[in-house]
Design a protein around this ligand. Structure first.
Ligand code: SAH
Ligand code: SF4
Ligand code: F3S
Length: 443
């Protein structure tokens, strides 16, 4: 069967889709460009209203396409599927499989069955008690020098605005031996950089599925695997970022100097209503510790703008925090009511127009800060892990693309041969672009 996977949402969804694709290929299915597929798999995100609506408009567009050939069908998985369930069938009859976030592991077998039995429809929506181990379905040779490795599923934090615990279920840690085994296998297949993934990786091992290994130990064990030259992890809840992990930035040479540490707001009053369980001061202390351990650490964050009750003074405090920490990058989102979360009932809601103004102001400040920080890197030398061929607008010159240790995208000129993919090379940074760097390699 020819299939095509479309993915919305976070890195966890990207990792799940990657696995699903490899697993279907293992069954003899073929991944093809959109338009040529007999089966479409849509992996969805429900974190805000916008990505949820995107799923419906995509399915609407697919339906026109599928009407022409009734043998084509669709599977919808991930967080919207978990949230809406089999109601999707009423609206979109060509959806023959609905699989939730714990149902991913059984999706390939279900798809194979649906291909054999054209009248069948299936749903996989139950949450499981434990982390379901999957066959990693790794190819002999890695397709990319970087890989994501799941270390947990779900979240127990129930931040007031967040649907994730509702659609990903309770936190379930994966067995440490399984994590290490997958990292060993990845290193053996040519992967040089792994990113440990979970909604709240710092509380790894602290749920019923924990096997005694906590996050700091897991991090050290992965970092010690021969061939793993870079390690990253995401996402970290500030309240759970342990002192030992902060210190690891100072003494684990292959732990990359970058951290995504979502703060959400610079106002203590808003943080309290969000149920984040830290104050701005406590957050700043963690930042201080991180910078002490690794002065060149690049910090990024998430902000929610217009949380219910956010005043002009609360928002100003967020701007102040952005300046004070000098985040190199941030994702900022308009607050969005999600079904079933606590903040739906919180008042007053901030009017859309005010939210949009605040978002624009925050993003303008972020962009200015990022540009200044990237510009300050001109003239320095970066160690770039090459991910593949790169490009420079308006230039025919051969180029390569990769990331420096802090995760910044670097494009650099260099001969097309030999293939540098998977190598770490020294690149002299010559120019800062808006969101990336340009340089000259390589040695
Ligand atoms: N587990 C991660 C992030 C999960 S969702 C963490 O704890 O930080 C990614 C981001 O989406 C969040 O950090 C938050 O900024 C944003 N987000 C979540 N729910 C939202 C909502 N209802 N409205 C707007 N943004 C939201
Ligand atoms: Fe959502 Fe909070 Fe869990 Fe992150 S920690 S996934 S924001 S509930
Ligand atoms: Fe979205 Fe689900 Fe990730 S809601 S952000 S895809 S956990």
């Amino acid at each position: 069967m020819k299939f095509h996977v479309l993915t919305f949402g976070c890195q966890m969804n990207a990792a799940d889709s990657g696995w699903l694709g490899r697993s279907l290929e293992g069954l003899g299915w073929e991944q093809v460009p959109a338009g040529e597929a007999q089966v479409y798999v849509v992996n969805t995100c429900s974190v805000r209203d916008k990505p949820e609506q995107k799923v419906y408009s995509l399915l609407g567009r697919l339906s026109e396409h599928l009407e022409r050939d009734p043998s084509i069908f669709c599977a919808v998985g991930g967080c919207v599927a978990q949230q809406v369930g089999t109601k999707l069938w009423n609206r979109f009859p060509f959806v023959r499989l609905v699989f939730g976030t714990d149902g991913v592991s059984q999706a390939p077998a279900a798809l194979a069955r649906l291909a054999r039995e054209p009248k069948l429809r299936l749903s996989l929506l139950d949450f499981t008690e434990d982390y379901l181990e999957r066959d990693p379905a790794l190819p002999g040779k890695a397709a990319s020098p970087t890989a994501f490795v799941n270390i947990m599923q779900g979240c127990d934090n129930f931040c007031a605005y967040c649907i994730v615990p509702h659609v990903r279920g309770r936190q379930k840690s994966r067995a440490s031996a399984a994590v290490l085994q997958e990292c060993f296998a990845l290193a053996g297949s040519g992967v040089r950089e792994v990113t440990l993934l979970g909604q709240n990786v710092n509380s790894y091992g602290l749920d019923a599925g924990g096997d005694g290994v906590l996050f700091p130990q897991l991090l050290r064990a992965v970092a010690a695997i021969p061939g793993i030259e870079r390690i990253r992890f995401t996402t970290s809840h500030p309240k759970d970022l342990a002192e030992e992990v902060i210190e690891a930035f100072g003494d684990l040479p292959n732990l990359c100097p970058s951290l995504h540490l979502p703060v959400q707001s610079g106002s203590d009053a808003v943080l309290r209503r969000m149920g984040r369980k830290y104050t701005v001061d406590q957050y700043l202390k963690k930042v201080e510790g991180l910078r002490r351990a690794r002065p060149d650490i690049s910090l990024s964050t998430d902000f929610i703008v217009g949380f219910p009750g956010e005043t002009e003074a609360d928002f100003k405090a967020t701007l102040d925090l952005m300046r004070q920490v000098r985040f190199e990058g941030s994702f900022s989102f308009l607050y969005s009511d999600r079904p079933g979360v606590a903040s739906v009932k919180m008042e007053p809601k901030v009017p859309d127009e005010i939210k949009s103004w605040r978002l624009a102001e925050l993003q303008a400040l972020q962009n200015a800060q990022q540009e200044a920080m990237l510009e300050s890197l001109a003239g320095t030398t970066a160690k770039v892990l090459v991910e593949g061929p790169g490009f420079r607008r308006g230039s025919e010159e051969p180029a390569w693309r990769g990331r420096d240790e802090a995760g910044r995208v670097v494009n650099f000129a260099g001969p097309a041969e030999p293939d540098l993919t998977g190598r770490i090379v020294s690149v002299r940074i010559t120019q800062a672009k808006k969101h990336s760097l340009w340089g000259e390699g390589a040695s």
